[in-house]
Write a protein that binds this ligand. Structure first.
Ligand code: 5GW
Ligand code: MN
Length: 322
C-alpha cells in the first residue's frame, strides 16, 4: 500500500517535471528563433517609410532609402554573378561630362559588382582614359552626329536597340540607361535592378495625373488621354533586362519614326514615348527621385538621399556653341 502511494507521487512529480521541461525547451526554441531572425527583421524594418508610397498599385516596389537591405540584396546578386551595363551618350560638347560621371560612378555605382560603361560618342578621341576598379570596363562606341538636339536625345533609343542585339545580350544581364550631365553623389546598387525599371521624375512627383506633361495630341504615338496615366517617368534614367530594354527602345524608336512620318514630335521627345510605353507595360520596379535629382527642385523632407544629381550647366555655352 505505501509502496503504491510512493509510486503515485513519483509519477505526479514526473508529469510536472515533463511539463516544466517542455516549457523550458519551448522557451529556448523561441529565443533561438528570435536570435536567428532578430538582426534581419530589425535591420530591414529599421527605417520603414510611412511618408511616401513604397508600392505601386500593381505591386511593384518603389525604391526609397529605408525600404531595402543592401547586405541581403548584394548577397543575392553576387550569387547570380550579375553583370550590369550602363549606357551613356556624350556627343558634341557633352563629352566634358564623361570624366566626372565615371569618376563618381566608380565611387558609388554598383560597387563590388561587374560593371561595363558603354559611352556612345561622336568624338571618340575626347573620351579620357579613366582608371577603373577591378571587374569594371569602359567601352567607347562611335555614333553619328545629329544636328538637332532633339534628335541627339531621341536617337538614343535606336542606338540602344541596335546595341542590345549586337553586344549587350552577350555581355551584360541588366542595362541602366542614363543622362550624362549627371554625377553620382550617393550609393546606387543592385536594389535598382529588375526586369523593367522606370524612375519618377523629380519635377513631376506628387503632381496630379491630368497635370503631368504627357503628350496630349491624339495624333501622336505618345498620346496619353487626360484621364489616364499613373506615374510620370524621367527620360534620364530607365533600365531592365536586355530583352525588356530591347522591347522598350524598339517601341519608342518605332513610335518616333511613325510620328516623324506624320510630321509631329512629342512634347518631351524621347521622354514622352518612354512614358507611353511604361504606362501600358508596367515597370516591375520604380525608382524614387532619390535616383534622379536636381537641386533646382530644392530639398524636400521625403528626400533622404540624393544619389544621382543633375550637373548645373550653362545651357547656352554647352548647347549652342560648337
Ligand atoms: C541636348 C540638348 C541641347 C543640345 C545638346 C544636347 C545634347 C544631349 C548633346 O549635344 N549631346 C548629348 O550627348 N546629349 C545627350 O542627351 C546627353 O546624354 C544628355 O544627358 C542627354 C539629354 O540631354 P540633356 O541632358 O541636355 O537634357 P535635360 O532634359 O536633362 O536637360
Ligand atoms: Mn540631362
Amino acid at each position: 500500500m505505501s509502496i503504491n502511494r510512493a509510486e503515485k507521487i513519483c509519477w505526479k512529480k514526473c508529469w510536472i517535471l515533463n511539463y516544466v521541461l517542455a516549457f523550458l525547451l519551448f522557451t529556448i526554441w523561441c529565443f533561438s528563433m528570435m536570435w536567428r531572425w532578430h538582426p534581419v527583421v530589425v535591420y530591414a524594418c529599421k527605417e520603414q517609410r510611412s511618408d511616401v508610397l513604397i508600392l505601386s498599385p500593381w505591386l511593384a516596389p518603389i525604391v526609397w532609402n529605408g525600404t531595402y537591405n543592401s547586405v541581403i540584396l548584394n548577397a543575392q546578386f553576387h550569387q547570380r554573378n550579375v553583370r550590369v551595363g550602363i549606357t551613356v551618350f556624350a556627343t558634341k560638347k557633352y563629352t566634358i561630362f564623361v570624366q566626372n560621371f565615371i569618376d563618381t560612378a566608380e565611387k558609388y555605382f554598383m560597387v563590388g559588382h561587374k560593371v561595363t560603361y558603354y559611352v556612345f560618342t561622336d568624338r571618340v578621341s575626347d573620351i579620357p582614359a579613366i582608371d577603373l576598379r577591378e571587374g569594371r570596363h569602359l567601352v567607347v562606341l562611335q555614333v553619328p552626329t545629329y544636328q538637332r538636339w532633339q534628335d541627339v536625345s531621341m536617337r538614343r533609343m535606336e542606338m540602344i536597340r541596335h546595341t542590345s542585339q549586337e553586344r549587350f545580350i552577350n555581355e551584360v544581364d541588366y542595362l541602366v540607361c542614363v543622362d550624362v550631365d549627371m554625377i553620382f553623389s550617393d550609393e546606387i546598387g543592385v536594389e535598382i535592378l529588375s526586369n523593367l525599371v522606370g524612375t519618377l521624375h523629380p519635377g513631376m512627383f506628387s503632381v496630379p495625373r491630368e497635370s503631368c506633361t504627357y503628350e496630349r495630341n491624339p495624333q501622336s504615338e505618345a498620346y496619353i488621354p487626360t484621364d489616364d496615366g499613373d506615374f510620370y517617368y524621367a527620360g534620364g534614367f530607365f533600365g531592365g533586362t536586355i530583352e525588356e530594354i530591347y522591347k522598350l527602345t524598339n517601341f519608342c524608336h518605332n513610335a518616333m519614326m511613325a510620328d516623324q512620318a506624320k510630321n509631329i514630335e512629342a512634347i518631351w521627345h524621347d521622354e514622352s514615348y518612354l512614358n507611353k510605353y511604361l504606362l501600358y507595360h508596367k515597370p516591375t520596379k520604380i525608382l524614387s527621385p532619390e535616383y534622379l535629382w536636381d537641386d533646382d527642385f530644392g530639398r524636400p523632407d521625403y528626400l533622404k538621399r540624393r544619389r544621382f544629381l543633375a550637373v548645373r550647366k550653362n545651357h547656352y555655352q554647352i548647347r549652342n556653341r560648337r
